[in-house]
Design a protein around this ligand. Structure first.
Ligand code: ADP
Length: 189
């Protein structure tokens, strides 16, 4: 089984590279951003609550996202493994994921950290904002999300470093070049 955590700042290319990884390795893609946006779309009370966080560039509370992910893990069984995209985003989530997987006889195989400069992140997100229609792809919210990434999400890397699972991937270049670096790292496992 191959369980990949794809990690990096907003705009680092996690979603794009996840799609390539899914295609090559047959993993199930679990994107918390996609799950949250799907709930927001329904305009349910939960969806509205979620939007009150995401539209401001804030993280949704850990307990909410952790229970959401646990539910999805059980409904989307995949023998080959999973790719976790946008999760874990806090150290508490990383600890919860470890427990959640252990309870199901699984573990994280590797954490891939897409390294992209801040300048490039902002350029990419502003570009995406022109077509994505996402309420969080605006300059102020982008800055907030990068700030939240540094304060709350970057420490997740130390968690995986301690576990010996963190692998840096140069995230600048063409999509194909970046994917080649990723496959090299995965195939070396
Ligand atoms: P990006 O990586 O571009 O920020 P995502 O689609 O992964 O985009 O996430 C969009 C928003 O959804 C985040 O800014 C955050 O508000 C919320 N979110 C996604 N995943 C999580 C998570 N694991 N914990 C808390 N909030 C999350």
């Amino acid at each position: 089984m191959l369980n990949v955590v794809i990690f990096g700042a907003p705009g680092s290319g996690k979603g794009t590279q996840s799609a390539f990884i899914v295609e090559k390795y047959g993993l199930e893609h679990l994107s918390t951003g996609d799950l949250l946006r799907a709930e927001q779309k329904t305009q349910s009370d939960l969806g509205k609550l979620i939007e009150s966080y995401t539209s401001q560039g804030n993280l949704v509370p850990d307990d909410l996202i952790i229970s959401m992910l646990a539910k999805v893990l059980d409904t989307k069984m995949n023998k080959k493994g999973y790719i976790f995209d946008g999760f874990p985003r806090t150290t508490a989530q990383a600890e919860a994921l470890k427990v959640m997987l252990a309870e199901r006889d699984m573990k994280v195989s590797v954490m891939l950290d897409l390294n992209v400069t801040e300048e490039e992140l902002i350029t990419r997100l502003l570009n995406r904002g022109k077509t994505s229609g996402r309420s969080d792809d605006h300059f102020e919210t982008i800055q907030k999300r990068i700030q939240v990434y540094h304060s709350q999400t970057a420490p997740v890397k130390d968690f995986y470093k301690k576990e010996g699972l963190a692998t840096d991937i140069e995230g600048l270049g063409t999509m194909d070049e970046i994917f080649a670096r990723i496959t090299k790292a995965i195939d070396a496992l």
